[in-house]
Design a binder for this molecule. Structure first.
Ligand code: ATP
Ligand code: MG
Length: 426
């Protein structure tokens, strides 16, 4: 009896073929589309000093309060597995003086993120994001362009039923006034707020919008809206952003209670949601963060970005396409030691010619080898036995239509290509 000795820890998962082909499709499409907009890849470490995330995401956010994977390294430093990408990219931007590059500086990243959350469909402890960050652009067209890029990707992948929700959460000028009004309103409802929201009231009142408790949600839905308190500059920014979206034909709705779960945002925030995922319906989210670079010790630099949740995107894709793994070109069936040895050199030649070749290693009968060739969904089976070897020939069988013929060992490459190409013609 086998007994499984090790399993993954809770909330993380193996990603296996053929699903990995779907992941690659998404990553390839993202790289291609992002590069059309001038984004280059940046790779930052998956661990950073804990302080980096506390200072950017914010002390009173769900992420920092309860979701970070934080540990002490052997020298007693506090290290955290990154829960999101923006903080690291901003750190790298400053540390490597990337602001000296010609503006705007545009980056994308792709990789695992870690949050200690309650695992459920669409919510994992290790998950993956593809994200982008663009620096040095004040113009609200930037946010519209980012959303356009995101839409282009999702459209290219064939994902439908998407909504873009947008909001403005103001700036350091107008947000204090809004906070006062919000506090005033919350004060009147203090008794009904949950204990988390009571604490939020003290430390970071905007975070009440993250609350999942029903009674709080009810209270908060009638709270004053930040959009009513925007200063003129923020108002102008928001309206130009919206008109850019309209010019780009991107449908959106304004959600005045969306504040996003991270503290670094200024002005524009947005979320792309779908009706197809149930409770975990946010596929991508982002916004502008005009003060973070400076707060981290860099030059005053406006910036904006977004991140896509890969697992949720993949789920959407899985629901609409079956992923067929790619097919080998050739499966070599060999019978006997000499024939099998010859199969190895043929495989080597074919692979150098760019043909995906699988070997049977001479294992099993002709029938079972051919069955394996079918299970691999190989386009051709190449059959080599002792007799064929003596004659200097091979049998080539096209598995798609059963067409079969004898080919000379000396012509193997050109003949196989002919068999394969014919397959494409029909
Ligand atoms: P949610 O409201 O679903 O918790 P969030 O606001 O915490 O999302 P962001 O920090 O904005 O998420 O991350 C961007 C995207 O990353 C989300 O829209 C989602 O698709 C994905 N994401 C976030 N947390 C997880 C997770 N624990 N597991 C899988 N995907 C996630
Ligand atoms: Mg979350």
């Amino acid at each position: 009896m086998m007994s499984v000795k090790f399993r993954t820890i809770k909330g993380v998962q193996d990603i296996l073929p053929p699903k990995t082909y779907l992941w690659q499709r998404v990553e390839d499409a993202a790289r291609r589309i992002f590069s059309l907009f001038g984004f280059s890849e940046i790779r930052t470490p998956i661990m950073e000093f804990t302080e980096l995330f506390i200072r950017s995401i914010g002390e009173d956010t769900d992420i920092v309060e309860k979701e970070m994977y934080t540990f002490q390294d052997r020298a007693g430093r506090s290290i955290t597995l990154r829960p999101e990408g923006t903080a690291s990219v901003v750190r790298a931007y400053i540390q490597n003086n990337l602001y000296n590059l010609p503006a705007p500086q545009k980056f994308y990243y792709c990789g695992p993120m870690f949050r200690y959350e309650r695992p459920q469909k669409g919510r994992y402890r290790q998950f993956h994001q593809i994200g982008v960050e663009a620096f040095s652009i004040d113009d609200p067209y930037l946010e519209a362009e980012l959303i356009e890029m995101l839409w282009l990707l999702l459209e290219h992948l064939g994902i439908e039923d998407l909504n873009t929700e947008v909001n403005s959460i103001g700036c350091t000028q107008c947000r204090p006034l809004y906070k006062e009004n919000l506090l005033e309103y919350l004060k009147g409802n203090m008794d009904s707020l949950c204990s988390d929201c009571k604490r939020r009231y003290q430390h970071n009142p905007l975070r009440v919008f993250d609350c999942k408790v029903d009674t709080c949600k009810g209270i908060i839905s009638s709270a004053p809206k930040i959009t009513e308190f925007l200063c003129n500059t923020c108002k102008e920014h928001f309206s130009r952003f919206l008109s850019s979206l309209r010019k780009l034909d991107i449908p959106y709705s304004i959600n005045p209670s969306m504040v996003r779960g991270l503290d670094y945002y200024t002005r524009t925030v947005f979320e792309v949601t779908t009706t197809a995922l149930g409770a975990q319906n946010a596929v991508a989210a982002g916004g502008r963060y005009d003060t973070l670079v400076e707060e981290f010790g860099g030059p005053k630099t406006p910036a904006a970005g977004f991140a896509i949740g890969m697992e949720r995107l993949i789920t959407l894709l899985e629901e609409k396409t079956d992923t067929e793994p790619p097919q080998p070109d050739v499966y070599i069936v060999s019978l006997g030691t000499d024939a099998t040895d010859r199969a190895y050199t043929i495989a080597s030649t074919l692979r150098r010619e760019g043909l995906w070749t699988e070997l049977s290693y001479g294992m099993g009968s002709l029938k079972s080898q051919l069955r394996r060739a079918d299970r691999f969904r190989a386009k051709l089976a190449l059959i080599i036995g002792e007799d064929e070897l003596k004659r200097g020939t091979l049998t080539c069988k096209r598995l798609t239509d059963g067409f079969q013929g004898e080919i000379k060992l000396t012509d193997v490459v050109s003949d196989i290509k002919r068999f394969l190409n014919h397959d494409q013609d029909t």
